[in-house]
Design a protein around this ligand. Structure first.
Ligand SMILES: [Zn+2]
Length: 489
């Protein structure tokens, strides 16, 4: 019997957390059909993988690639890291269902310009992805701020009952069309005035459909504990599993609080399905938010619409050149993008190593000078934090970017290497693996990724993307449970 593809003698890490073992993997069509000591069966292509590590393709659970999977379907920043699936629509912002009239509300402008928002329904968005044929699979959340932008004339207030009903209807339709769930970005000014009641009603809709609720918390600074409590209560009310986005203790005054935040997460996870995602860096990045302007941390300006000539320098330097206060300089730069060096390394490491966290890049693909997480997050966890610093075992690092992620987002037959699963795979040389993207040179491909396979098709080989692109839209197929994943632990 002849196989389409045979990978021989790889050190196999299957995504479940179990120990590596040496095996051959045979692929026919888009699925894994055999694993073990397979001898020398015929195959259209055989990859000799001795000394290399084979894992499930990485699932980037936190992305803002919504329009990029269509506009730049090669998706090199992700593919080159070994990512085979991106979850779009995080932090309350999604490309659909959106029909814009006028300017792009903050922070939806992270996803593109006005002309990039052209998907009035999730079905239209899904069709555009299928036509674009990106190199990676795409699964999508619906953003709460995007829903608000469709029914509200202004955002600095709570939605009225008819507005909530209209949002709910659009959300229901999108969930029926295959969206995975809903995200919120309550810290952002265009969602901040949404009270718990507004969120409760929408998350009820998510829970009823068997979807997931992800949230960029209302407060990642001093009010972190209360914001976590709000998220837990909303998810419990809606009977939807919860993912806290990029859990962090932001702001110099909040450093050292990771143990408290993680013990809250553990407590909540005893009664309800609760997880978080995390990127392996101590700086955040988003649009420039006046509420985060402070002289306690370094803030780096990555872009500015009115003053592009001032980009790529610290806000402090710009303020000095202009003879303005930090706040006045920030006002003059808006709309703008920023990197905020607002976390402590010790806190971030604890979140990253915690069993309930998954890896998500939160990369910003439309930023001309992006945070290095866009090109480096996954290799950085494996190479820097697992291999070099031994913060967590390699099997656990891989689980956090494959098996755990697929389970939490309901991605059936993904995130694991087993017979019958989709052949989304990455083969890498652990010794050579490095994230090379830095804050100063952020656009740089990782080294050490030998081969990336998406749905049985080789999409990337030794530094180069190849055709055909084989990513698919992954529609929600299963009902997610809101029950705790580790009862009694
Ligand atoms: Zn966010």
């Amino acid at each position: 019997m002849s196989h389409d593809l045979l990978i021989r003698r790889a050190s196999l890490i299957d995504g479940s957390g179990r120990e590596p073992f040496i095996a051959d993997v045979a692929i026919d069509g888009d699925r894994i059909v055999a694993i073990g000591d397979l001898g020398h069966p015929d195959a259209r292509e055989t990859i000799e993988a001795q000394g290399l590590v084979l894992t499930p393709g990485f699932i980037d659970v936190h992305t803002h690639d919504d329009t990029n999977v269509i506009r730049t379907p090669q998706m090199l920043p992700k593919l080159s890291q070994g990512v085979t699936t991106v979850v779009v629509g995080n932090c309350g912002i999604s490309a659909s269902p959106v029909r814009l009239s006028g300017e792009v509300p903050d922070p939806m402008n992270l996803l593109g310009r006005a002309e990039d928002f052209r998907y009035p329904t999730f079905a239209a968005y899904a069709e555009a992805i299928e036509q674009a044929q990106p190199s990676v699979n795409v699964a999508a959340l619906i953003g709460h701020t995007s829903l608000r932008s469709q029914v509200m004339d202004r955002f600095d207030r709570a939605a009225s009952d008819p507005e909530i009903a209209a949002m709910r209807e659009q959300l229901e339709t999108a969930l029926a069309e295959g969206a995975l769930g809903m995200s919120s970005g309550l810290a952002y000014r265009n969602a901040y005035h949404a009270p718990t009641a507004e969120m409760n009603t929408l998350v009820e809709t998510v829970g009823r459909a068997g979807g997931v609720y992800t949230t960029h918390l209302r407060d990642e600074f001093a009010g972190l504990p209360e914001a976590m409590d709000e998220a837990f209560a909303t998810a419990r009310h809606g009977r939807a599993p919860l993912v806290i986005s990029h859990l962090k203790c932001a702001g110099a005054g909040n450093w050292g609080n990771a143990p408290k935040a993680l013990s809250k997460l553990d407590d909540a996870a005893r009664a309800h399905g609760v997880h978080c995602d995390c990127y392996p860096y101590t700086a955040g990045s988003s649009t420039l938010d006046l509420g985060q302007v402070t002289d306690e941390i370094d803030i780096f300006i990555t872009w500015s619409d009115p003053h592009p000539e001032m980009a790529r320098q610290p806000l402090k330097t710009i303020a000095e050149q202009w003879g303005l206060s930090l706040m006045d300089a920030a006002r003059r730069l808006q709309p703008a993008g920023a990197v905020y060096h607002n976390m402590s390394e010790a806190d971030m490491r604890q979140v990253l190593a915690h069993p309930l966290s998954m890896v998500g890049s939160d990369g910003l693909p439309n930023d001309p000078h992006p945070h290095p997480r866009l090109w480096g997050a996954f290799p950085r966890v494996l190479a820097h934090y697992s291999r070099d610093l031994k913060l967590l075992p390699l099997t656990e690092a891989v689980r956090k970017m494959t098996g755990l992620s697929a389970a939490n987002f309901g991605l059936t037959d993904r995130g694991e290497i087993r017979v019958g699963a989709f052949a989304d795979l990455v083969l890498f040389d652990l010794d050579a693996l490095e994230d090379t993207a830095t804050y100063t040179t952020p656009i740089a491909q990782a080294s050490g990724i030998e081969l990336v396979i998406v749905n049985g098709v080789i999409g990337y080989r030794q530094g180069k993307a190849s055709e055909p692109r084989a990513g698919r839209l992954l529609r929600r197929q299963v009902r997610l449970s809101a029950r705790p994943s580790r009862p009694g632990s």
